[in-house]
Design a protein around this ligand. Structure first.
Ligand code: SF4
Length: 408
């Protein structure tokens, strides 16, 4: 069968789509890039906001109407939470069984400079606004021995960078050895061959001294994504987050003590039902003082089945205005971080080459990107070059937290 795969949502879904692709290819199916050619249309869904649900439903309806499509396979979080509603969209819809968390082989035929590696799934934090623990279940980890073998195979194929992904990777726990995330990273580093190890997202309480030591040693890329969600202790408490603003500050101080030039990105939810003007100002000031390299701004979206969904919502216009202010701040902070790196010689990897423009896109350990002439460069090549703001690429390589919300 000819198969087209469409992915919504977070990096975990991207990894799972690659795994699905690998399984389908192994079973003799053919992947196509043109959806009009597809007989089987797979939708790997996301349900983290109402907007995400709407996009998935639209995507499923669209797929079912394509002339060659015989089946629309829906997998991912929306398939778990809204199977019946999705089935009602078309008789072509088939809902996939939830995966068990095994880590099947990656798609072998495509060379990627940077490869996401799923090390963990599920979450037991039950933050009051989040549907993910209900959709993905309890935390479970891939065996460290399997991950080491897999990463060794990627290194042998020339992969320069891996991004460790999961829903809550700080909860990584290898059942056989008891290894935690830091021990896993060390093991992956020590097997050799992979030049860079990056984390997708890490919860504030999991920014441990052990992890910071890995940053200081250059084992981990100097780029962390630590979701703040709010700078107000009252809102953090209402959200059911397990840290205070002061503890978050202590975590980023530890990071900067270990790696002073590190880029620290974050997520903020604006318009949580408990958020007052003063709470929002506290968040704004906190973000400014923290000098994040990027703020992913999300408007609160009630998810049926979560405690926060029962609370009265705030005025949408006020929430939109707060989101706009924070986005503006994000733009300023991103520019300021980039400015601070200007002229510094950074390590770059050639991420991709564009034959049409003859440009090479480079990514630094700090997650900056810039374009240079492609002349004589090859994908995956490592370069040492000063960061040139004139050549910087903004808005490229969007990072999304786990779970990924639709940004405001
Ligand atoms: S927001 Fe993150 S930590 Fe909280 S319940 Fe959802 S997945 Fe878990």
């Amino acid at each position: 069968m000819r198969v087209y795969i469409r992915t919504y949502g977070c990096k975990v879904n991207q990894v799972e789509s690659e795994e699905l692709a690998a399984r389908l290819v192994a079973e003799g199916h053919e992947l196509v890039r043109d959806e009009d050619q597809a007989q089987l249309y797979a939708v790997n869904s996301c349900t983290v906001t109402g907007e995400a649900d709407a996009k998935v439903r639209k995507g499923v309806r669209h797929a079912a109407l394509l002339p060659n499509v015989e089946q629309v396979l829906v997998t991912g979080c929306a398939a778990v939470m809204h199977a019946d509603q999705l089935r009602e969209l078309s008789e072509k819809v088939v809902i996939a069984d939830r995966e068990t968390g095994n880590v099947p082989p990656a798609l072998g035929s495509v060379f990627h400079t940077r490869v996401p590696v799923k090390v963990q799934d599920g979450c037991e934090n039950f933050c009051n606004y989040c549907i993910v623990p209900y959709a993905r279940g309890a935390s479970r980890s891939a065996p460290m021995s399997e991950l080491v073998s897999r990463v060794a195979a990627l290194a042998a194929k020339g992969t320069q960078e891996i991004v460790l992904t999961g829903i809550n990777i700080g909860r990584y726990h290898d059942l056989e050895t008891g290894a935690n995330l830091a021990a896993l990273i060390r093991a992956l580093h020590e097997q050799g061959g992979i030049h860079r190890i990056r984390l997708s997202s890490i919860e504030p309480p999991d920014v441990t001294d052990e992890l910071c030591a890995l940053l200081a040693e250059g084992v981990l890329c100097e780029h962390l994504h630590i979701p703040l969600q709010s700078g107000s202790d009252e809102v953090l408490k209402a959200m059911g987050r397990h840290y205070t603003a002061a503890e978050f500050t202590a975590a980023i101080k530890r990071v900067r003590a270990a790696a002073p030039q590190a880029a620290i990105a974050t997520d903020v939810i604006v318009g949580y039902p408990a958020e007052t003007d003063a709470d929002f100002e506290a968040t704004y000031n906190f973000c400014q003082a923290s000098a994040f390299s990027k703020i992913h701004v999300f408007r609160f979206s009630p998810r049926v089945g979560t405690p926060a969904a029962t609370l009265p919502p705030l005025d949408p216009q006020m929430v939109a205005a707060r989101a706009a202010r924070l986005r503006e701040l994000s733009t300023e902070l991103a520019a300021s971080y980039a400015q601070s790196q200007r002229g510094r010689t950074l390590e770059w990897v050639v991420e991709r080459l564009d034959p049409l423009t003859d440009q090479a896109t480079l990514t630094s350990r700090e997650h900056l990107s810039m374009r240079i002439s492609a002349a004589d460069h090859v994908q995956g090549e490592l370069l040492s070059l000063p960061f040139d703001m004139m050549k910087s690429v903004r808005g490229d390589f969007p990072e999304t937290s786990i779970p990924s919300l639709s940004e405001a």
